[in-house]
Design a protein around this ligand. Structure first.
Ligand SMILES: Nc1ncnc2c1ncn2[C@@H]1O[C@H](COP(=O)(O)OP(=O)(O)O)[C@@H](O)[C@H]1O
Ligand SMILES: [Mg+2]
Length: 146
């Protein structure tokens, strides 16, 4: 487990750019944390860190955005508005998880049983208006103590 303290949006993006260096095809990042905690901003940093200059926007309404190009493609999910587990299953998440790209899932904790074992869980906590605590775990969030 690793903990980062971010004191600005730029710091959160920098942390994500650093994590991007460790990513490979089939990497899955499961993000959790309340609205405004920085999950989408983190994903922007991640995509930038993969040398992709795409403008990353929240997939809240479309559920998934794909960013092709860069070192690896990125599949960016937001499960916040999915009505139930069935709708999540219909997305065919496995096809993305075991693909040529990196999957990043906001609100992964809504359907934790659909998140594969190899996923790296990252939690975002709001400490103050500009401060976030970002915790990386390598195992299931239920047992992480985070
Ligand atoms: N240290 C920080 N890290 C990330 N975001 C921050 C930070 N400080 C302030 N913010 C603000 O919090 C908001 C995070 O939004 P967003 O990334 O969309 O969150 P989420 O996707 O978790 O709902 C942005 O408006 C951003 O400017
Ligand atoms: Mg978001």
């Amino acid at each position: 487990m690793a903990t980062f303290i971010s004191n600005s949006p730029a710091e959160t993006e920098a942390i994500a750019r650093q994590i991007a260096e460790d990513l490979a095809a089939g990497s899955v990042l499961a993000l959790k944390g309340e609205l405004g905690s920085g999950k989408t901003l983190f994903t922007q940093g991640l995509v930038a860190g993969l040398k992709n200059d795409a403008a990353v926007t929240s997939p809240t309404f479309t559920i998934v955005h794909e960013y092709q190009g860069g070192r690896l493609p990125v599949y960016h999910f937001d499960l916040f508005r999915l009505e139930n587990r069935e709708a999540a299953v219909r997305l065919g998440l496995e096809d993305y998880f075991f693909s040529d790209g990196v999957s990043v899932i906001e609100w992964a904790d809504r359907f934790p049983d659909l998140i594969p074992e190899q996923a790296r869980w990252i939690s975002f906590e709001i400490k103050s208006e500009r401060q976030r605590i970002i915790t990386l775990c390598h195992h299931d969030h239920e047992n992480s103590g985070a």
